[in-house]
Design a protein around this ligand. Structure first.
Ligand code: IMP
Ligand code: MG
Length: 344
């Protein structure tokens, strides 16, 4: 078993779906596994130039790779069926490639009704929190109890054991983790590398941990996140920052490198992807929560310098389009006037 893991290092919507799709496109994987969350997730994926939004189903189905909904997930059988129909109506073969861990928990209509009445933290209202509460309260329903799910069920340990190459596709982001996020403004499943490991893989099998960020940050939910400055409205518009699951406007801010560094360190990230550079280019503004930066070049250099800095990241990739990522030199070009280019 060889395992690569893709996780978000911010508050979700970093572009994990795109990176997962990109890695799968290059081949070599026998399995793609979703390891946390439920249909609260919305992964936007461009496949052969067409836009898809997935919630439960791992991106492996786009390439005929066996795709497993892991035991760390909660599954809504109705939404899952809708998603299978939606993908199959666009020619994606889901049925032959989808597997569900028999010990994954189920989101019931009661969970959804309860979550729809939620007003405190601004959940996605998909029944996620109540389903995890019942899992840990030992009153939950599991996939193995649901007749409609039977054709897809597997023992995830047996499915992944042996000569496999597994890509773990995370959902949400490290700063929505119930322990590490701004509680109670968090999701209900763990979101980091530790969560991936709980899904039938050996910690010793891990090859790469891909940490994904956007060049800025977004958050959806009830807490105030966006500072009062019109630049963030411009970023929201340029980035088309609407929730893929709920359609809510995403609040925006500059990238918080202190949080990104902690997430890199705590999750063993060795590959970092910085998405949506094109958005800051469009609004022609660059910065972090700590400082304004004058140009794209200095922004790249700043990120290269800060994030390679003894944290274990050996490659940084950038992206400025919905489909691809490209590698950036780890050794930023030192510019003598660098310090002048950054005003604190
Ligand atoms: P829940 O996961 O639906 O319970 O929502 C809890 C918090 O996590 C809310 O602030 C949601 O907006 C946020 N959240 C959950 N899933 C995602 C996601 O996939 N992307 C971004 N935010 C999410
Ligand atoms: Mg999303």
């Amino acid at each position: 078993m060889i395992t690569d893991i893709v996780i978000g290092l911010q508050h979700g919507d970093e572009g994990k779906g795109k990176v997962t799709h990109h890695l799968l496109k290059n081949g070599g994987y026998t399995h793609c596994v979703r390891f946390n969350g439920g249909c609260n997730a919305g992964h936007t994926i461009f496949h052969n130039g067409k836009k898809f939004v997935t919630h439960h189903i791992p991106a492996g189905v786009f390439f005929g790779v066996t795709s497993v909904i892991g035991n760390g997930c909660v599954v809504d059988p109705t939404k899952l069926q809708e998603e299978i129909n939606y993908l199959e109506s666009h020619g994606i073969n889901v049925r032959d490639n989808l597997r569900i861990a028999n010990n994954a928990h189920v989101i019931t209509p009661f969970h959804k009704a309860e979550d729809r009445a939620e007003e405190k933290i601004g959940t996605t209202r998909t029944g996620n929190g109540p389903a995890y509460r019942d899992k840990y309260g030992r009153t939950g329903v599991r996939a193995c109890d649901i007749p409609d799910l039977q054709p897809f069920l597997v023992d995830i340990y047996e499915e992944l054991a042996g000569d496999t190459v597994v890509l773990m596709e995370g959902a949400q982001g490290f700063w929505l983790d119930p322990d590490w996020g701004d509680y109670p403004y968090v999701t209900s499943s763990h979101t980091g590398t530790a969560a991936a490991i709980q899904n039938g893989i050996s910690p010793r099998s891990i090859r790469n941990v891909w940490g994904i960020i956007k060049a800025y940050e977004t958050y959806v939910g009830a807490r105030k996140f966006q500072p009062d400055d019109e630049i963030f409205d411009r970023i929201q518009k340029a980035g088309q920052e609407f929730g893929a699951t709920t359609g809510r406007v995403r609040q925006c801010n500059w990238v918080n490198l202190k949080e990104v560094k902690q997430a890199i360190a705590m999750n063993g990230v060795n590959r970092l992807v910085v998405n949506k550079m094109d958005v800051l280019r469009e609004v022609n503004s660059w910065g972090t929560t700590e400082r304004k930066i004058h140009s794209e070049r200095f922004f790249r250099e700043h990120l290269n310098r800060e994030l390679h800095n003894g944290l274990g990241v050996d490659k940084i990739y950038f992206s400025d389009n919905p489909e691809n990522i490209y590698e950036s030199s780890p050794h930023h070009e030192w510019s003598p006037d660098y310090s002048y280019a950054i005003s604190t």
